[in-house]
Design a protein around this ligand. Structure first.
Ligand code: GDP
Ligand code: GDP
Length: 454
């Protein structure tokens, strides 16, 4: 088991996330033509068509999202892996090996109308060594006459064979119940449960204009709501209506009272900033456009990115920015904001009110991306094409292979790539960048975790 290591992007720690648990993976293994794709389709409820008429054709998609009894998991059809092994038996056992190493549970599919072949036996031999749960599906049991043949599959040493007819749907419910039981705790599908105002942190170094901006936002809408019927808001928070939507600005009590942070209180201020970011879903990071970008600014940005929060950059005091300063600033931003090239920038002036109304749309865009989940099918369809066009660089004479990927989490979006080979940091950044472009992720950190067999 330990031969697999998780290599995370420099600021990605998906395993430490306190959000929803990642979606577990079921790998479906077996000889060609036993009905793997048909069974995968059955599991998916035919939401995504995958069956290919010609046997042996490499499928362009291999992984999909499944939902059974309100539980989500990823199904991987290893028929699309094409491990380039010599001969059918080697190919199927190689798939079984990879499945064991990548998935949380493995389903071996056998054609009950044919019985166990030597290839099935070889695959079963590999899978019997697995520390992960393995289930056995006896497929093509279209009627009861085949039940005796099903019993003979006990000989594979994988426990009870589950008779199914992928084509007709017979007994696939029992199999799926067993699959769910074998998989680690899977996230419950939740349909827009929590609601209420989105939580915003207004952060930045002292004197950048936080109090002024908050007052401006409140003043512009003339609607600070301290207590709204039916909502419970922490007394240190402010409810502000922007662009016809109510937002909860967290931990703004100090700002509204214009409490000045005395020198020597910087440590306290930074703790407070951190707490506000943790409590929020999205942060407006305020920068003073009239001054050089400082270490302190970058520390605040790092806090936001490390906390995995969505982010909008507001360049304040724009009224003080002249032509010269603008040129300087462009260079400073290029150098300083390398970690957040994806963050939307809004040039504002808390003093004059300039462009302040552009903040709400930017917050909305960032939160939409923060919440967004790309389906496993869509993701792999895109990824297969991208990797075919731009394969990962060869390392130590070996071509790393990306087997499949899932977006395991949202808030922030977190991709998990399952590979048989090491992906260089540059290539991981390339994948992240293209992922952002393809699916329109703006204003949110995206984490990339690679599960690689060394
Ligand atoms: P794969 O190569 O293992 O993915 O197999 P496919 O899903 O492509 O199926 C191979 C063939 O078996 C297709 O012609 C399917 O229609 C057929 N098939 C799949 N499941 C069943 C089944 O339960 N009963 C019968 N009679 N045929 C099936
Ligand atoms: P905070 O410490 O981040 O809350 O910053 P304040 O809101 O107290 O602002 C610090 C100083 O910057 C005050 O003197 C403000 O009047 C000034 N200030 C804030 N926003 C602007 C702006 O957009 N333009 C200009 N010229 N001054 C601003």
């Amino acid at each position: 088991e330990s031969e697999w290591t998780a290599i995370d992007e420099e600021f990605g720690h998906p395993d430490d996330q306190d959000g929803e648990p990642p979606q577990p993976v079921l790998a479906v293994v077996g000889r060609p033509n036993v009905g793997k794709s048909t069974l995968v389709n059955r599991i998916l409820g035919r939401r995504e068509a995958v069956v290919q008429d010609k046997p042996g054709v490499t499928r362009d998609r291999v992984a999909y999202d499944a939902l059974w009894n309100g539980r989500r998991f990823t199904v991987v059809d290893t028929g699309g892996w094409d491990p380039k092994a010599d001969g059918l038996q080697a190919s199927v056992t190689a798939q079984a090996e990879l499945a064991m190493q990548t998935a949380d549970a493995v389903l071996l599919v056998v054609d009950a109308s044919v019985g166990a072949t030597s290839t099935d036996e070889a695959a079963a031999r590999v899978l019997r060594r697995s520390s992960k749960p393995v289930l056995l599906a006896a497929n093509k049991v279209d009627d009861d006459r085949l039940m005796a043949d099903v019993a003979s599959l006990w000989s594979l040493g994988l426990g009870e064979p589950y008779p199914v007819s992928a084509l007709h749907g017979r007994s696939s419910g029992d199999l799926l119940d067993a699959v769910l039981h074998a998989l680690p705790a899977t996230p419950r599908e939740s349909f827009g449960v929590e609601r209420g105002p989105r939580r915003v942190a207004l952060v930045g170094k002292p004197n950048v204009g936080k109090s002024s901006l908050l007052n401006r936002l409140v003043g512009a809408e003339r609607a600070v709501v301290d207590a709204v019927a039916g909502t419970t808001v922490d007394p240190v928070d402010s409810l502000v209506s922007l662009d016809d939507e109510l937002w909860q600005f967290v931990d703004t009590a100090g700002l509204r009272k214009r409490v000045k942070t005395a020198s020597g209180m910087e440590y306290y201020a930074s703790l407070r900033t951190r707490a506000a970011i943790e409590a929020a879903e999205v942060a407006i990071v305020l920068l003073d456009a009239s001054e050089p970008i400082s270490e302190q600014d970058l520390r605040v940005l790092t806090m936001v990115v490390d906390a995995g929060r969505a982010c909008v950059l507001a360049l304040n005091k724009w009224d003080l920015v002249d032509e010269d300063r603008r040129h300087q600033l462009t260079r400073e931003l290029e150098r300083g904001l390398v970690r957040v090239p994806w963050a939307e920038r809004v040039n504002v002036s808390a003093l004059t009110g300039r462009s302040v109304r552009k903040l709400a749309p930017a917050l909305r865009t960032a939160l939409t991306s923060w919440d967004q989940r790309v389906s496993t099918g869509q993701l792999n369809s895109w990824l297969t094409g991208l990797i075919a066009a731009t394969p990962p660089p060869v390392r130590g004479g070996k071509q790393p292979k990306v087997l499949f990927a899932t977006q395991a989490q949202t808030r922030p979006p977190t991709l998990v790539l399952f590979t048989s080979g090491f992906l260089e940091a540059g290539y991981r950044r390339f994948l992240e960048r293209r992922f952002r472009e393809e699916f329109g992720f703006v204003g949110t950190p995206v984490r990339l975790s690679v599960r690689v067999r060394e």
